[in-house]
Write a new protein. Structure first.
Length: 330
């Protein structure tokens, strides 16, 4: 969504691009119905995050922000750093040690000042909140902000333009809940709020699943999943509200399933994504959608399925091999 004009100025062009929607023959075969992929991995920052974070950064810049500060497991920081570079504003990104060297290098290449703090994202976020007390500094939350959700909603408006008919289900990854909140906002905007959403997480980063089960926000004791980009110990409150406004079905997969799915997707589609994106892929490859149909939680027959290929820049082939070795998959 483009920033709104202020004081007669022209609206700023958004930083995200309209991404292609492609049919996947291999995933369609696995699921038993047509599967379309929304290829968010080709966004300028490598993931869907640029939609919402770019939108928020443009708004903050118009209001006189002098420096951005962002906490991130990787992708949110890359989106914020890309937006900061485009806006010619400095940025400090605080990442946890669990993020590893790849996002740090990519953030520095975008001109960001990077601080490594704590073990998991929640630690880094506490440090970012401290830094944001500096006058003129504005914090850019990675997932928990209405303007972030508003920016992410653009994804669904593009689907409305691309697909001949609304899908029978949308499959997404859930970390902090920003993408889920944006998809729900977009579905409501285009009149598709009856489309069920399958929300996938890995065990050990399943704060949304635990919150749904408890009917309230739950804080995980630690993040133990290798899908560090899903690593928010507490999901955004808005994600829980979304589950009350739309049909959201939570699915939790094992790390091993997510990493296997990453490899299979690379072999099938020649696209390398993070384990965070492997979670929804595992739902499709593993027959879980058919199980949900047999349980009556998804309609049967099922119209086309839309997978958000959320992408992720914190992965390369050597890291994938290391994860496979770590999980005993080689």
């Amino acid at each position: 969504m483009a920033a709104q004009p202020v004081g007669g100025q022209k609206p700023q062009k958004p930083f995200h691009v309209v991404t292609p929607v492609l049919e996947s023959l291999s995933l369609s075969k696995a699921v038993g119905t047509k599967v379309f992929m929304k290829m968010e991995n080709v966004q300028p920052s490598g993931s869907f995050k640029i939609r919402g974070i770019g939108h928020l950064c443009q708004d903050a810049a118009r209001k006189g922000c002098r420096r951005f500060v962002c906490s991130s497991g990787g992708n949110a920081g890359l989106a914020a750093a890309f937006a900061a570079r485009e806006l010619a504003l400095p940025i400090t990104v605080v990442v946890p040690s669990s993020s590893g060297p790849t996002p740090v290098r990519k953030l520095q290449e975008l001109g960001a000042t990077v601080e490594v703090y704590g073990k998991v994202w929640d630690d880094a976020n506490s440090r970012a909140q401290e830094l944001a007390k500096t006058e003129g500094w504005v914090i850019i939350p990675p997932f928990d902000h209405p303007l972030v959700w508003e920016g992410h909603a653009s994804l669904v408006r593009e689907l409305k333009d691309s697909l001949e008919a609304k899908p029978g289900a949308i499959v997404v990854a859930v970390g902090g809940g920003g993408l889920l909140a944006g998809v729900v906002a977009g579905l409501q905007q285009v009149g598709w709020q009856d489309v069920p959403i399958v929300a996938a997480e890995t065990l050990g980063a399943h704060s949304f699943h635990e919150a749904l089960k408890a009917g309230r926000l739950v804080t995980l004791p630690d993040i133990t999943s290798v899908a560090t980009c899903l690593g928010a110990k507490t999901v955004a409150a808005r994600a829980l509200q979304c589950a009350r406004e739309c049909q959201v079905i939570s699915q939790v997969v094992q790390d091993e399933e997510a990493v296997r799915a990453v490899q299979q997707f690379l072999d099938d589609e020649r696209v390398l994504v993070e384990p965070a994106c492997g979670a929804p892929l595992a739902v499709l490859y593993s027959g879980r959608l058919q199980r949900l149909q047999s349980e009556g939680r998804l309609p049967s027959p099922l119209r086309s399925v839309l997978l958000v290929v959320c992408g992720g820049s914190s992965i390369h082939t050597a890291q994938l091999r290391a994860l496979q070795s770590q999980l005993g998959l080689q």
